[in-house]
Design a binder for this molecule. Sequence first.
Ligand code: DGT
Ligand code: MG
Length: 241
Amino acid sequence: PSVKGKVEFQEVSFSYEKEGTTVAGLNFSVKEGETVALVGPTGAGKTTVVNLLSRFYDADKGQILIDGHDIQKVKRSSLRSHMAFVLQDSFLFEGTIFENIRYGRLDATDEEVIKAAKLANADSFIKKLSKGYSTVLSQEGRGISQGQKQLLSIARAILADPSLLILDEATSSIDTITEMKIQEALQRLMKGRTSFVIAHRLNTIQKADQILVLHDGGILEKGTHEELLVNKGFYHSLYHS
Ligand code: DGT
Ligand code: MG
């Protein structure tokens, strides 16, 4: 792809409201292909960081660079064409499974959709549905489980083949077998592309190239799992609580 996926936040501040700040003075950089885990308590600013990166909101101060280019100078549509989102909900639309996966890349053939579904470990459950890939889904995904919804969204992202991946890990309980399928599919998806993960799973956090510990809209600590444990700071206390 034309975008390599190096990301830099330089003194980034932002507020959803006119007054006050939601995140302030964020500084960090991510090498191409790295996985960054965003951790921290509720309200810390994790979702805000990915909202700014994808320009759902624009920073009030500072700069966000992708491959050295200020993202505010790039059209939102072209910026997002290099990104894929695997979020907890609200990504399905009323249409067939074919159409829902193909949303990742509209010109993909049926064979390419099926190939992506196989890599996402979604093909086996889809084939068991009476209408298979032609099953019509509702926006709420009635008739398929939370875990199966996630496998579909991974299939969509695999098909899209983005340089940047934004992932919001599920907090809901998913059965062990589906969970293993999700984990395996995510490993395939994340390999070699810059990934921002709002991480809830210890396993993801431990494996990340970099962990950003957010608190009250700032970066409290950053480093690998091992580094943060040695620091014996906030992360260490989270881990041992
Ligand atoms: P989570 O998802 O509960 O673990 O929390 P985070 O870390 O994702 O927090 P985030 O970034 O959603 O929120 C940071 C702060 O910004 C928090 O005080 C709530 C506030 N906030 C978030 N979204 C909005 C919004 O759309 N409008 C306003 N006014 N404030 C928001
Ligand atoms: Mg959030």
